[in-house]
Design a protein around this ligand. Structure first.
Ligand code: APR
Length: 320
């Protein structure tokens, strides 16, 4: 069986890390694409030279031509600009929307059968625009945010309670922004909901609230420390988990920005919800029951995403 092909559009911080992880995990051959000539080629050569040490045979190549992504099974998009301190993800909208138009055209022409994972921010609006620009079926275009936001929540909980991250599950719904909705009731330590952890007295309600807020601000905390860019290790590893579930038909249940068509009372919008990822792409949207406070927070988050989508339509009327 021929190796799978993974195309990475954007060979910056996240793109390079994606290539490294994809090669280490033997997911397939990797093509790094970037408009800055030399960077994808240089990173590809460097990564290829790590192959003999790590023992991977994946071919890693770099390019500035879309034709080289031809036939990709998975395309992961990080093309665009990241945040600088003081910027919100939404500040990136105008410039990254133009990038999505170019990337969408490239994917439509050369990799129309691919499973596409968008990481570029502001995530929910960019994945919506990318699906429209590419014309690929909505179940084959998803956004990576929920796995990352959940991983941040898991890390903070495990660190607080001094337990293994392996025994913490976390659940984050909504848009990838300040309004995201980490759900304590559906997040657990060895199956015990965090709400019960509070009742048991293992963690105070105040501390849980602080951790939830730190999760919401997780990206900004890293931007503030790095100063010259945004997070890349955890975003890359999160997208690789999604790609792996597709390539191996694992059918993992992962939170992701998915196209909603009536689910959760939302239509024609991408927003973070749990989905099943398998060989069919986003195979199922898992609809959980929300209590009134959770529903209110979710609606607020959806409203924020819809505002960004409207802004996209103003900038690019053909999206309307
Ligand atoms: N086509 C292809 N690549 C592009 C284009 C384009 N039109 N415009 C920019 N790029 C490339 C840049 O040359 C750069 O190498 O995208 C890459 C982005 O890499 P970084 O600046 O290192 O950004 P990164 O940290 O990887 O984040 C990328 O993901 O999390 C989001 O907010 C983040 O939107 C940002 C994206």
């Amino acid at each position: 069986m021929a190796r799978k092909k993974i195309a990475l559009i954007g060979a910056g911080q996240i793109g390079g890390t994606l290539a490294h992880l994809a090669a280490l995990k033997d997911l397939g051959d990797v093509v790094l694409f970037d408009i800055v000539d030399g960077v994808p080629q240089g990173k590809a050569l460097d990564l290829s030279q790590s192959g003999p040490v790590e023992g991977f045979d994946a071919r890693v190549t770099g390019t500035s031509e879309y034709k080289d992504i031809e036939g990709a099974d998975v395309v992961i998009v990080t093309a665009g600009v990241p945040r600088k301190p003081g910027m919100s993800r939404d500040d990136l909208l105008e410039i990254n929307l133009k990038v999505m138009e170019q990337v969408g055209a490239g994917i439509a022409k050369y990799a129309p059968e691919a499973f596409v994972i968008c990481i570029t921010n502001p995530l929910d609006a960019m994945v919506w625009a990318l699906q429209k620009f590419s014309g690929l079926p909505a179940n084959k275009v998803v956004g990576m945010a929920g796995v990352l936001d959940s991983a941040r929540f898991q890390h903070f909980i495990a660190d607080e309670l001094k337990v293994s991250v392996e025994d913490v599950t976390a659940f984050v719904l909504g848009g990838h922004g300040d309004t995201m909705v980490p759900l304590a009731r559906y997040s657990t330590v060895a199956g015990i909901p965090l709400t019960d952890i509070v009742k048991m007295g293992w963690m105070s309600k105040e501390r849980l609230e602080q951790i939830i807020q730190r999760t919401r601000d997780g990206g900004a905390e890293i931007v503030g420390l790095l100063k010259t860019g945004s997070a890349f290790y955890a975003p890359a590893t999160s997208a690789i988990a999604m790609a792996e579930s597709y390539l191996k038909d694992k059918k993992r249940v992962l939170p992701a920005a998915a196209f909603l068509n009536g689910e959760y009372g939302v239509s024609n919008t991408y927003v973070g919800v749990p989905i099943v990822i398998g060989a069919g792409g986003a195979e199922k949207i898992v609809e959980i029951t929300l209590n009134s406070a959770e529903q209110k927070a979710f609606d607020k988050s959806v409203g924020a995403v819809e505002g960004l989508v409207e802004a996209c339509k103003k900038i690019a009327p053909k999206l309307a």
